[in-house]
Design a protein around this ligand. Structure first.
Ligand SMILES: Nc1ncnc2c1ncn2[C@@H]1O[C@H](COP(=O)(O)OP(=O)(O)OP(=O)(O)O)[C@@H](O)[C@H]1O
Ligand SMILES: [Mg+2]
Length: 567
């Protein structure tokens, strides 16, 4: 790999290529990082593709494209994007001035103009090499200690990522990149610092770098499938595109959440699979603890937990109603806590309500949140009540009205201190958790039965009653009907919760893992629960089949009514 005869570099692995001088920071002892030199010497970008197994021509080219988030296809973003233009211009200025000042190891002029400009940019980036210092690991207390240690030794940045970080430094988005705050399967999060040009004041930043591990990202496809924002589709075979997509999704979602005033990291910049955001932590660079690790102090800890629970339900409703997002991986792991406030993080998999599985994801979020707070001794509300609270369009979306609405819910709930009532509530929650959730009219596969129930005044039992009632169930008893793909073979599969419109990729394991609608489920997997659920679903389907109208009749009914009810 390293046989290109680059002049011996002082940067042996154990010898950092920089020197620390008090008050002046890190001074570089190595002028140009090796991979950058190689870039220049080869005079062609393709020579760089020696790191990962990567045979694309654009291994590094796309790093120099100005392809930040496309504003056009997502007009509802409230946050402006002026900063990116600013940083881009700054970069151009820097490039113009910076490149000439650097020693060039190879005076050979690249033939193509594009290569020449990339070459210049590479030179401009080189002088920032010493500002990436992954040896300073910061994480709170004992948590992830091993993981973080590993981060420094193992998680050496690949060339592309390194280039992107250098570029971000060059643009002035951050001034230095430090050690990993967190390393995970899908992403590493690094601490970074940005120094104010005039005052020199330091501001902490966080940089999330998505990793290109095939297996993990395969699993995430389901979040993109059905997302109208990603209608253009994605190329599963290309990991780089996939991680870029995830970073982009996280960036966009963060912008929505941030501009809705929900506590979360401020999205600052995005470049391919690298996302720069505001740092949630103190001035010294210590990140706030995850809710899971929050250590509440005082003699009213119980009330504090209760208040946090109510706060979170309000946030979930705001996210749904204002941001039009379901988090889809909400749990005590993806919420940070500080001074009575909950910060929502990790939103790359969040989906819009029109995603075929959004309600399933929401139900799972509700369950995760409820389970956690119950363990903390909080008197939680039933899942169904929360589901309705979050999804019903009417009602407040701002505090303090949100909190008041929840207080009312507490008042009107069943008397949970009464054993019988409590048991009934538990059963209802269990039923709710296993109920089939249709997402679109096409998925209401037994519309006749639902209408009958509605006419009998049992409409409230439908999971989606608060959501689709006026669309799905017309008062006269007609409505949109069955869908073509609901045939016997699907019934036999036992995949009760699998919704139509979902990709039919045929990865059984993947799909079954998702029975309960749990994304990235390994963390939460519970085999018994899954089995039980499958049985319940099978039984329910058997019952349904008994009452099922023959398919040809249903088709007739659908075609005679669909025109009336379709939006
Ligand atoms: N903006 C931030 N400020 C401070 N800490 C952060 C920030 N973003 C993330 N972190 C820390 O990094 C951790 C991981 O972040 P995140 O949940 O976004 O990654 P992830 O997608 O879960 O990664 P993986 O699933 O691969 O572990 C968080 O638990 C939190 O401690
Ligand atoms: Mg996370």
């Amino acid at each position: 790999m390293d046989t290109d005869g680059v002049a011996a570099s002082p940067a042996a692995p154990h010898q950092p290529p920089y020197q620390y001088t008090p008050n002046q920071g890190y001074e570089q002892t190595e002028q140009v990082p090796r991979e950058l030199l190689r870039q220049q010497q080869a005079g062609a970008l393709h020579a760089a593709a020696d790191g990962e197994a990567d045979d694309d021509d654009d291994y590094l080219e796309d790093i120099f494209d100005d392809d930040d988030v496309d504003e056009q296809d997502d007009e509802d973003w409230a946050a402006g994007d002026g900063d990116l233009t600013k940083t881009y211009n700054r970069q151009r200025q820097l490039n113009d001035g910076g490149a000439a000042a650097l020693p060039r190891s190879n005076q050979q002029k690249p033939k193509a103009n594009t290569l020449a400009s990339v070459d210049d940019q590479v030179s401009a980036l080189a002088r920032h090499a010493a500002k990436i210092r992954l040896d300073s690991v910061k994480h709170d207390g004992e948590r992830d200690k091993d993981k973080a240690d590993r981060a420094t030794s193992e998680q050496v940045l690949d060339q592309r990522t390194r280039m992107i970080l250098l570029q971000l430094i060059n643009r002035g988005v951050v001034s230095e990149v430090h050690g990993a705050i967190s390393t995970g399967k899908e992403a590493n999060v690094y601490g970074a610092v940005s120094y104010d040009e005039e005052t020199g004041a330091a501001t902490q930043r966080a940089i999330k770098v998505y990793k290109t591990a095939i297996l993990v990202f395969k699993d995430r496809e389901r979040y993109i499938t059905g997302e109208h924002r990603f209608k253009g589709g994605f190329d599963k075979g290309n990991n780089r595109k996939m991680v870029k997509l995830w970073a982009e999704k996280e960036y966009r979602n963060l912008r929505r959440i941030y501009s809705a005033g929900i506590p979360c990291p401020e999205p600052l910049a995005l470049k391919l699979h690298v996302l720069v955001m505001g740092f949630l932590g103190d001035k010294k660079g210590w990140a706030y603890p995850r809710l899971r690790d929050a250590n509440l102090q005082g003699d009213d800890v119980d009330q504090q937990w209760q208040a946090l629970y109510v706060q979170l339900l309000g946030t979930m409703r705001r996210m749904y109603q204002v941001c039009k997002l379901v988090h889809a991986d909400l749990s005590e792991y993806n919420i940070l806590y500080h001074a009575g406030k909950l910060y929502i993080i990790d939103v790359s998999q969040s989906v819009e309500p029109d995603h075929p599985r959004s309600l399933e994801f929401l139900r799972m979020d509700i369950k995760n949140v409820g389970d956690f707070f119950r363990r903390k001794g909080v008197d939680t509300l039933p899942d169904r009540a929360i589901f309705n609270f979050i999804t019903v369009p009417e009602g407040p979306v701002e505090e303090p009205a949100l909190g008041e609405a929840l207080a009312k819910l507490y008042e009107t709930r069943r008397d949970a201190t009464n054993d019988e009532e409590a048991a009934a509530e538990e059963v209802d929650t269990e039923v709710f958790r296993n109920q089939y959730i249709p997402q679109t009219l096409e998925q209401v596969y037994d519309v006749e039965k639902d209408v009958k129930r509605l006419n009998l005044g049992e409409g409230n039992d439908l999971v989606y009653s608060k959501l689709l009632a006026d669309q799905v169930v017309a008062p006269k008893g007609d409505g949109e009907g069955d869908d073509e793909s609901e045939d016997e073979s699907e019934d036999e599969s036992g995949e009760g919760a699998s919704l139509d419109g979902e990709s039919e990729e045929g990865d059984d394991d993947d799909e079954s893992r998702f029975d309960k609608g749990r994304p990235r489920g390994r963390k939460f997997e519970d085999k018994d629960e899954k089995k039980q659920h499958k049985l319940a679903v099978k039984e329910a389907k058997r019952e349904k089949r008994k009452e099922k109208m023959p398919k040809h009749m249903k088709k007739k009914l659908v075609s005679s009514t669909s025109r009336k009810t379709k939006k």
